[in-house]
Design a protein around this ligand. Structure first.
Ligand SMILES: [Zn+2]
Length: 288
């Protein structure tokens, strides 16, 4: 059974560790991420963007697949299925489809007031059904699902106002960006993180663009109140590298090496290994 992400993140916030929120793209990724969580005995947030859901055939296919896979594998750790960067309409569709947690990303709305208004509406709708809500203040740099925003430092006062709506966790820019980090990246702003934390209390904070941030910065951010770290690009890179290695070694042309179960296995194994490594770095191992 899937649970919402509120309790597991409250515990992470109190225990000064973070949960990875790992993006899935298909059945193989889902099973690989589940295997990692089971072996690491870590609570799990598995998430999906609207774009990835569309690739899978829609939110309903994604939700039914994740639920069925959790049951079929006898997953013993708590798992939440979260919508990553949903717009107002996506949140409604995902809730209908059976997601147990949603992110309403109102940072692209025309005004902050509109973000506030719509976040409040999603909180009301989701909480009535026991579903947790993530909100966002300020853009996260880089590009995700075709939406680009300039990296910025979230306004602590705006964070406080969104927090007061009763959201369960909050994404706020602190210099992080989506995708691969450029060579000249300035690093995370711990000063801004501290200012936001001072105004939002024990609300779990979310770090987007968790792929490629140096481990010492990740761990410092966790110590200062980050409880959820989004991981997408990282798993894409290890999957692609392992698949490339298999093909470049000519293994797809040996025997039945072209069988998709053989072709996809190195990438799948790489996702399991990397997810476990990240759970170790975030401190969520043995917390289930
Ligand atoms: Zn994000």
């Amino acid at each position: 059974m899937l649970v919402n992400a509120a309790d597991m993140l409250k515990q992470a916030e109190a225990g000064k560790y973070a949960l990875g929120a790992f993006n899935t793209n298909n059945l193989e990724w889902t099973l690989a991420i589940f295997q990692a969580a089971e072996e690491a005995k870590s609570p799990l947030i598995i998430q999906c963007t609207a774009g990835a859901a569309k690739w899978m055939g829609g939110f309903k296919v994604c939700a039914d697949m994740v639920k069925a896979a959790a049951e079929a594998t006898g997953l013993s750790v708590p798992v939440a299925l979260h919508l990553d960067h949903g717009n107002f309409e996506d949140c409604h569709t995902a809730i209908e489809a059976g997601f147990t947690s949603v992110m309403y990303d109102g940072s692209h709305e025309e005004t902050f007031d509109l973000n506030l208004e719509r976040t409040a509406e999603i909180v009301k709708l989701a909480h009535a059904k026991g579903i947790s809500v993530e909100a966002e203040v300020g853009g996260i740099g880089g590009t995700e699902d075709g939406v680009t925003s300039n990296g910025e430092l979230a306004d602590p006062e705006q964070c406080r106002q969104i927090a007061e709506l009763g959201v369960d966790f909050l994404a706020c820019g602190i210099g992080n960006i989506h995708g691969v980090y450029p060579e000249d990246w300035a690093g995370l702003s711990f000063e801004r993180l501290g200012e936001i934390k001072a105004l939002t209390g024990d609300l779990p904070l979310v770090l987007h663009g968790g792929s490629g941030i140096p481990v010492d910065q990740i761990q410092k951010a966790i110590s200062l109140g980050v409880s959820k770290i989004n991981v997408n690009t990282d798993l894409q890179l290890v999957f692609a590298a392992a698949t490339r290695e298999y093909v470049e070694a000519g293994k797809d042309q040996q025997g039945k090496g072209f069988d998709p179960r053989k072709l996809l296995k190195p990438g799948r194994d790489a996702i399991v290994a990397r997810t476990k490594e990240l759970m170790e770095e975030f401190g969520s191992v043995n917390k289930a």
